[in-house]
Ligand binder design. Structure first.
Ligand code: AMP
Length: 281
């Protein structure tokens, strides 16, 4: 597995790819790779000549130092998981390579979309995401970049970033990969003990319940039932909202299409998930 750690190596690789007229797909990650990440890599690998996977735990997007300290780091295991892909390269910079002191950055106004959902509860989080993705896009200059719908709001912000900075990259949203029992795959699941792992399933049950009852029950009733399912399992909800898929504004009544977004603590592990709920009527 060809792994780069410096900006200089990345720039040389990018020049070589341009000379060889390779189509580049890009998958940014924070490592502790699981099948969710690998599904992005697989899509990118099939749709491009070469793929760059970045692995960097971005300090700037953590609003809690305990969360940052306990975030799983396992670079050599990550590289092993990527080895079967013939056309994949890895960029695993350290802090100084990612954020050189002399590198300029003009922050993008997040606007309304950044004020909702995660924006309310994780101050500074999306500013940190935009900062790192801006630097990565500028360095890698991929033709397409792959992001998970698991981080639904993040995907919307990345699309906004791509327009704002005029990168002209094709942004591809990939479906959420779940464990066989429905739990959305996440690097944070590694922090759950077996009993909490079982409790966390309530999130999927609640989202599925909502999806089943679109236009069958009043929105506020279906939402209250979803909240109850999660709280009854012993999780603490930070937010659960049914929102418009484009604006992410809260829906007062059912639309043809809406997304239910949830963030909840299972013990001290913060989990997020969402589900597209479309009307079949
Ligand atoms: P992370 O390492 O958590 O920053 O995630 C890197 C990328 O993988 C992001 O675009 C995530 O949305 C995506 N991702 C994380 N979990 C999943 C999942 N369960 N299914 C699909 N994509 C995912």
């Amino acid at each position: 597995m060809k792994t780069f750690v410096t900006r200089k190596e990345m720039i040389q690789w990018r020049q070589q790819m341009a000379t060889e007229q390779k189509q580049i797909g890009f998958v940014p990650t924070m490592g502790a790779l699981h099948q969710g990440h690998l599904s992005l890599v697989k899509n990118a690998s099939q749709e491009n000549d070469v793929v760059l996977v970045s692995i960097f735990v971005n300090t700037k997007q953590f609003n809690q130092s305990t969360d940052l300290q306990s975030y799983p780091r396992m670079l050599s295991a990550d590289i092993d998981l990527l080895c079967p892909f013939q056309n994949v390269y890895v960029f695993a910079p350290d802090e100084a390579e990612m954020y050189p002191a002399d590198l300029e950055f003009d922050p993008m106004p997040l606007g309304r979309i950044g004020e909702l959902l995660e924006g309310v509860h994780r101050p500074g989080h999306f500013e940190g995401v935009v900062h790192v993705v801006h630097h990565l896009f500028a360095l890698v200059r991929p033709h397409s970049a792959y992001f998970g719908q698991k981080d639904f709001q993040q995907l919307a912000i990345i699309r906004q970033l791509n327009r704002y900075y005029k990168f002209g990259i094709e942004i591809i949203g990939c479906q959420t990969i779940r464990e066989p029992d429905g739990l959305a795959m996440s690097s944070r699941n590694l922090k759950l003990n077996p009993s909490d792992r079982q409790k966390a399933l309530a999130i999927y049950r609640a989202l599925s319940h909502l999806k089943q009852h679109v236009k069958q029950k009043e929105l506020h009733q279906a939402k209250a039932e979803a909240v109850h399912i999660i709280e009854n399992a012993g999780l603490q909800i930070e937010y659960l909202d049914i929102v418009d898929p484009i604006t992410l504004e809260s829906c007062a009544s059912w639309q043809t299409s809406q997304v239910c977004c949830v963030a909840a603590f299972c013990a001290d592990v913060r989990l997020i998930d969402n589900m597209l709920c479309e009307s079949v009527l």
